[in-house]
Structures are given as structure tokens and as C-alpha cells.
Design a binder for this molecule. Structure first.
Ligand code: TEU
Length: 521
């Protein structure tokens, strides 16, 4: 199980209102207690913070706001001491515009680093080189008056895209990976990996016929020529070869693509990522038919020997508790942790943190600020972790960079730790069962029953007890009936104390109830 930490918002140890590496170290025992096996840290590198760390000005250092390199070394050691792994975020598609490489590149057309970024002459009519759009609004081309060319930025203009067709760029970026591998990190989550290579001819993107006005302006076009180019797999292979030379390391690519295209990012013969993130559940309607179909579809498209993974939240998306509602957070926990594959849990989801409404004048996310009428700010899912009932939820001694949820006195780690019926206790219990049962770790997935209320599936690993998972997506009671004869013990219910209750073919399921049943052989 991977746990994503957004360092700004996890724990502030030095009273500046921003989370930091020492703050994370202080909570490692909590993460170990919960059952976390691997941490992924969102960027903590030097950055002007135009995109809160996804605009990096030095790939091989720590931003002072998060601490020092000694703090990082200490963190890595403390993670390893507890037998956990540490993955760091790698942002190879773009640097900050304040990175010395870009400063050099921008200084003149003749600079040796000019070609490290993507510079183009204006169109014959004086306009932008083509119609490509930036993810965070407006054209993806920024005019530089001094050198009289445009540079390409898939995100903010403060995030110029590196030119991955230039071998020197590849060498420099692999060196940055090597820097962290030499320190002993266990792998990378690679930011927007499907963006790395752009069409060599810079052809215009076609219009998206399904564009709706509430969507980000980026979606007016289909990014056919600006992303997911066949040559991208060559550069990903180079990253993978470097990783493999360090032994057992992992590379997870961030890829938002339809599943058919996503699967190409599995590099099973060592020529790509170990896994592309599977974001399918983030966009699937919360009902048993839709979820069941999405799981089946993903399983069926997976390449042979491809290992699945599941995501219900991250720092770019709505909080799962807000999306499905408080009564369904237990079902979300069970689904994430009992499907076949590696789950990634976003910090705070384990206590059911919700999206926090941020008043307009407090919005920090550039995606929200640049498209104010579209409700696209990602701040609501990035608020400070709620540790206890002290002011600011025990996150910090001072007012944090982003406001803390008003519900922190009720929704916090300390309170939920001592309550056996809390969502936190549920996460811990599921993880502990999962970690001791081969069928739940590596067993096959098989749908058993889907009704308008229930999604029921089996996890089976030869030679081990099979598990039946029953999830009630509705807020009314339901009845599970099996055609096969089944018998076993209920190991866990999300709604009641039922431990080791006897289970047989017919079973009454409570509203919003999820069950883990260990079947008799
Ligand atoms: O996100 C890539 C990405 O596609 C996002 O823009 C996402 O689709 C959108 O924000 C949904 O609201 C990665 C990082 O996860 C994100 O935080 C960065 O802002 C972005 O890349 C640029 O590095």
C-alpha cells in the first residue's frame, strides 16, 4: 500500500505554517501503525512554488521551506528503519522558469542550452506557433520579446517544458534520478509522463467535439499531437534501465489516458514504468454496476503479468469522502484495499477528510486562480492534515498556508485512533487483514454478484482460504444470496461488531455495509 504525502500539508514542525520533512519524520510511527508500506512524497525540491513544487528550480536539493538535505537523509533512514519504502516525485516534463537551465536557454538563441527547451518562431501571421493549449488555461506558447521566439509550456508559463528530444536533456535528467537513487530512494512517481515527447512537426491539435463550458479550457482541443507520442516510450525505457541497474526499484507513471492507451505504459519487459497510475475509479459513477464494470474492464485490458493498481484520491482531485458522501467512506476503503493490485491512499482519506471550501480571496492553486469561473481549484483537497483537536488541527502552531477544515475537532487522527468504530480504525483493520492473507494480497479477482445495491467479488489464491467481499453501495439494507454453497467467517464489517460471525449462502447486509468474509475451503 502506498501512502501519498503532500509535504506542505502533512505536519509543520517549525511553526511557519507549511509542512516539512521533520514533520513527516515525527509521524512515521503513526504511518507504520496504520499499516503503510511505502510513502510517496509530492515534490519537496527548491521551487518558486508557482505550482506548489511541481515547478522545480533545482532537481537535486531540498527547498528550505521543507528543511535541509540532512533532514531528507534522516527521513529516508527513519523510513527504512521501520521497514517501509520511500518513493519521491520526479517532474521531468518541465522545470521552473527560474531553473538556471531555462535562464540560460532564454538568454539568447545562441546559448548552448537554447535547445534544452522548446522554442519556436511565431506563425507566418505573427501568432503562436500552433494552437496547443496549456493545462492551466490559455495558450501553451509564451512569447519572449528579447529573443523573439515562443517557448512551449504544457502547464503554467512558469513551467517551461524541457525538450526530451535533446540527448543532453536526457542525460541531465537521468543524472537527477541517479542522485536520488544513490541516496537510496526506492522509486519514483513520474509526473505527467505521457507529456514528455511532443509531435516533431508541431501539428495543430483537433477540436474536441465533446467540450463543455464547465471544463478546463485545455479540453477545447484533443491533445493528439502534444501528448502520448509513440517516441515517449523510448525515453521512459531509458529511465527504467537506470532504475533496474539499482536493483529492486519502482517507477509509477502519472498517466491520464483512456485505459486502452494507458496499458501501453506498462513496461513489462523492462521498457517502461512498472505501473501507470490507474485513475479509472476517480471518474466512475459510484454505483455497483459502474464500478463492477470498470474493474472488469481494467482487469481484462491489463497486459499479461501486468500488476493492477487503484487510486481514489490525490492532490489534484476531489476528496473521496466528498465525492461519495460520509456514509460511503467505509465502502470506499474496502474497495480500495481489497481489489487486486496496489492501492494508493491519499493523506487524510484514512480519517475521511473532506474537500474544504476555500473563500475566493484565499485560493492558492493556479488552476483555480487562472480559470476563476470554472471551480477548478485543487485547494479543497490539499488542506492541512487533521491530527488532533488543538488549534489548526495540531498541524501547526500558527495559521497554516491553507485553512484547516472546520470539522477538525471531530475529524482527527487522535480521536479516531481511540474509537474502534472510526474510519481510521477501519482502514487499519482492513490493512492488517490484507497483510496476513495471500488471497487478498495476490489472489485472483472474480465478480460474484452485482445488483443495484451490491458489488460482491471473490479473491482467491491457490492453497489459501478465499475471500468474499460484499459492498453495499446503497443506504438501504440488502440481501446477499449465492447460488453456490458458501460458508465462512465474517472477519470484518464496516457497520457493526460482527467479528467471526458465521456466514452462509444467504446473508442480510446493512445499509452502507461492507464485509470481508473468509471462506472455508
Ligand atoms: O498533474 C497532471 C495533470 O494532468 C493535472 O493537471 C490534473 O489533470 C488536473 O490538475 C486535475 O485537476 C500533475 C501534478 O499531479 C499536478 O499537481 C501538477 O500541477 C501538474 O502535473 C504539473 O506538474
Amino acid at each position: 500500500m502506498i501512502y501519498q504525502i503532500y509535504p506542505r500539508s502533512f505536519r509543520d514542525s517549525n511553526g511557519d505554517g507549511v509542512g516539512d520533512l521533520l514533520g513527516i519524520i515525527g509521524q512515521l510511527d503513526y504511518l507504520k501503525w496504520l499499516g503503510v508500506e511505502c510513502l510517496w512524497l509530492s515534490p519537496f525540491y527548491p521551487s518558486p512554488m508557482a505550482d506548489f513544487g511541481y515547478d522545480i528550480s533545482n532537481y537535486c536539493a531540498v527547498d528550505p521551506i521543507f528543511g535541509t538535505m540532512e533532514d531528507f537523509d534522516h527521513l529516508l533512514q527513519e523510513v527504512h528503519t521501520r521497514n517501509m519504502k520511500l518513493m519521491v516525485d520526479f517532474v521531468p516534463n518541465h522545470s521552473s522558469s527560474e531553473h538556471p537551465w531555462f535562464q540560460a536557454s532564454k538568454s539568447s538563441k545562441a546559448d548552448p542550452k537554447r535547445d534544452w527547451y522548446i522554442w519556436r518562431d511565431p506563425a507566418p501571421d505573427g501568432g503562436t506557433p500552433n494552437n496547443w493549449l496549456a493545462m492551466f488555461g490559455g495558450s501553451a506558447w509564451e512569447w519572449d520579446e528579447q529573443s523573439r521566439q515562443h517557448y512551449y509550456h504544457g502547464f503554467l508559463s512558469e513551467q517551461p517544458d524541457l525538450n526530451w528530444r535533446n540527448p543532453e536533456v536526457i542525460t541531465a535528467m537521468l543524472d537527477a534520478m541517479r542522485f536520488w537513487l544513490d541516496k537510496g530512494v526506492d522509486g519514483f512517481r513520474v509526473d505527467v509522463i505521457w507529456h514528455l515527447i511532443k509531435d516533431a512537426m508541431f501539428r495543430d491539435n483537433p477540436v474536441n467535439p465533446d467540450y463543455q463550458p464547465d471544463m478546463a479550457t485545455y479540453n477545447q482541443l484533443l491533445p493528439v499531437f502534444s501528448t502520448d507520442q509513440p517516441e515517449v516510450h523510448e525515453v521512459i525505457s531509458q529511465m527504467r534501465r537506470l532504475l533496474d541497474s539499482y536493483g529492486e526499484k519502482v517507477m509509477i507513471g502519472e498517466v491520464y489516458l483512456p485505459l486502452e492507451k494507458l496499458m501501453r505504459y506498462y513496461g513489462l519487459s523492462g521498457d517502461g514504468a512498472h505501473m501507470p497510475f490507474n485513475f479509472k475509479l476517480l471518474e466512475t459513477r459510484w454505483d455497483p454496476n459502474a464500478i463492477g464494470a470498470a474493474v472488469e474492464n481494467y482487469e481484462s485490458l491489463l497486459p499479461k503479468d501486468g500488476w493492477p493498481n487503484w487510486v481514489l484520491g490525490n492532490h489534484d482531485q476531489r476528496r473521496i469522502a466528498s465525492r461519495v458522501g460520509k456514509s460511503q467512506v467505509g465502502i470506499a476503503a474496502l474497495l480500495l484495499l481489497t481489489l487486486r493490485g496496489t492501492p494508493t491512499l491519499y493523506y487524510g482519506d484514512e480519517i475521511g477528510m473532506e474537500d474544504v471550501q476555500i473563500p475566493k480571496d484565499e485560493i492558492r492553486d493556479p488552476q483555480g486562480i487562472n480559470m476563476p469561473d470554472k471551480n477548478l481549484s485543487r485547494d479543497p483537497a490539499r488542506t492541512p492534515m487533521q491530527w488532533d483537536n488543538r488549534p489548526f488541527g495540531g498541524f501547526s502552531e500558527v495559521a497554516p498556508w491553507l485553512r484547516v477544515s472546520a470539522d477538525y475537532e471531530e475529524v482527527n487522527v487522535r480521536k479516531q485512533m481511540s474509537n474502534h468504530e472510526s474510519i481510521l480504525s477501519l482502514y487499519k483493520q482492513i490493512l492488517s487483514i490484507r497483510q496476513s492473507e495471500p488471497s487478498l494480497q495476490i489472489g485472483n479477482y472474480r465478480t460474484v454478484l452485482i445488483t443495484s445495491q451490491l458489488l460482491c467479488y471473490m479473491r482467491e489464491e491457490q492453497g489459501n482460504p478465499a475471500f468474499l467481499i460484499i459492498l453495499n453501495f446503497s443506504n438501504t439494507d440488502a440481501r446477499f444470496e449465492s447460488r453456490d454453497s458458501l460458508a465462512g467467517d465474517v472477519l470484518l464489517s464496516s457497520q457493526r461488531q460482527l467479528d467471526f460471525a458465521f456466514f452462509s449462502n444467504g446473508f442480510s447486509v446493512l445499509a452502507n455495509e461492507g464485509l470481508i468474509i473468509k471462506l472455508k475451503k
